[in-house]
Design a protein around this ligand. Structure first.
Ligand SMILES: NC(=O)c1ccc[n+]([C@@H]2O[C@H](COP(=O)([O-])OP(=O)(O)OC[C@H]3O[C@@H](n4cnc5c(N)ncnc54)[C@H](OP(=O)(O)O)[C@@H]3O)[C@@H](O)[C@H]2O)c1
Length: 244
């Protein structure tokens, strides 16, 4: 039985993952900012699956080193075997482009997750045991005018995870990069122009299945791999003229 730290646990996708892991009998640590919602989720998991679920306060906006935070967490709850980072933030396009929100987009989607995963990666490497799952996005595969800051943070996160996977392979530690397409969550609620929208709970289950199989990178649903393959190959001279 393993223990998994889930960051951004109030996300509907992360909930799907938490349920799938709890159904396997794994213990989960639910980390985030919304204590009340996390407590409800932990109680729900304990009742449904008769497994341990604890709440952990974590705000990725804080830039404090994560090594000591992680060490204290393991002292309190025992060894952490896996880490899922589902945290992210995508404000509307106009907000995202300027000042503080622009930096927050980078912090919540890239710098904050990287600081935490760096600390966990060192622990896993020493133990030669563990797994890491990071949720990037199809938005990270090519910059578009509608969300290039968010896309840049997610693209950077995917490159970071690829490098980490390469580093940790020799230690037997797996790193999975998840690239969801459009998913029906709080983040996308009311956005215009969405299509082929996936159910977040189903996406969560697919993430756990991919992690169990030791996959390196998954697009969810899988057809997004083909869509992005086409999008990445549109010549820049054409792409820059498109309204995307
Ligand atoms: N929805 C989509 O179509 C889609 C597509 C591709 C990728 N993604 C990615 O999938 C992941 C889950 O997103 P979602 O769609 O389920 O959206 P969501 O419901 O808004 O979930 C985002 C999660 O990030 C957490 N978070 C945000 N800022 C944080 C901070 N400073 N510190 C700690 N936690 C923070 C939120 O916690 P609070 O409850 O405290 O706000 C929430 O748990 C994200 O990484 C997102 O970028 C989503």
């Amino acid at each position: 039985m393993t223990q998994i730290l889930i960051v951004g646990a109030t996300s509907a996708m992360a909930r799907g993952c938490a349920f799938a892991w709890a159904a396997q009998g794994q213990r989960v640590l639910l980390a985030g900012r919304d204590d009340a919602e996390l407590a409800r989720l932990a109680q729900d998991i304990r009742v449904r699956f008769n497994t341990a679920a604890q709440v952990v306060a974590l705000d990725l906006d804080e830039t404090t080193p994560r090594e000591s935070w992680l060490a204290e967490l393991q002292e309190t709850y025992g060894q952490i075997d896996g880490l899922l980072c589902a945290a992210g933030w995508m404000p509307d396009n106009e907000t995202m482009r300027h000042g503080a929100p622009a930096l927050q987009v980078i912090q919540r989607n890239f710098t904050g997750p990287v600081a935490l995963i760096n600390a966990f990666a060192d622990v896993c490497e020493q133990r030669k045991h563990g797994f890491i799952v990071g949720i990037s996005s199809v938005a990270g595969d090519r910059g578009r005018q509608s969300n290039y800051l968010y896309g840049a943070a997610k693209g950077g996160f995917a490159i970071y995870l690829a490098g980490l996977r390469n580093r940790l392979f020799a230690s037997g530690v797996s790193v999975l990069t998840v690239k969801p397409g459009f998913v029906d969550t709080r983040m996308t609620f009311g956005l215009p122009g969405l299509f082929l929208v996936a159910d977040p709970f189903w996406v969560g289950q697919q993430i756990v299945a991919a992690s169990d199989k030791g996959r390196d990178e998954v697009y969810i649903p899988g057809f997004w791999r083909l869509i992005l393959l086409i999008i990445r190959h549109v010549p820049e001279v054409v792409f820059k003229r498109l309204k995307l």
